[in-house]
Ligand binder design. Sequence first.
Ligand code: ZN
Length: 135
Amino acid sequence: MNKIEHIGIAVKNLEESNTLFGKLFGKPHYKVETVESEGVNTSFFKVGDNKIELLEATKDDSPIAKFIERKGEGIHHIAFDVTDIEAEILRLKGEGFIVLNDKPKRGADNKLVAFLHPKSSNGVLIELCQEIKDR
Ligand code: ZN
């Protein structure tokens, strides 16, 4: 793994949270994106070299809706940048981690993503992401 790519925060209302985090960071979010397959609206903030992703559910059975129901708003996942996501999935499986996606899927922000189940990583949902390079 190369570095933390972003930290994901689950919120109930993206518009309100965009305003709140805009005040916190002293600048607005730079992009908003819906990932239909995941049932989320996302927005991204840049803070120095780091990125913060806010996630709002688009439907009641979205993983984000379920997370907020169980735990409330707050830090949802930590995403790590990887160079070769398929190799990393195999490596982590070999190490005994539960990988939720056998095949990486398309996530927000032009990334291929895969998630590790939090029960195999001390309660932390880990996202692997690899930038999709245009060929
Ligand atoms: Zn993420």
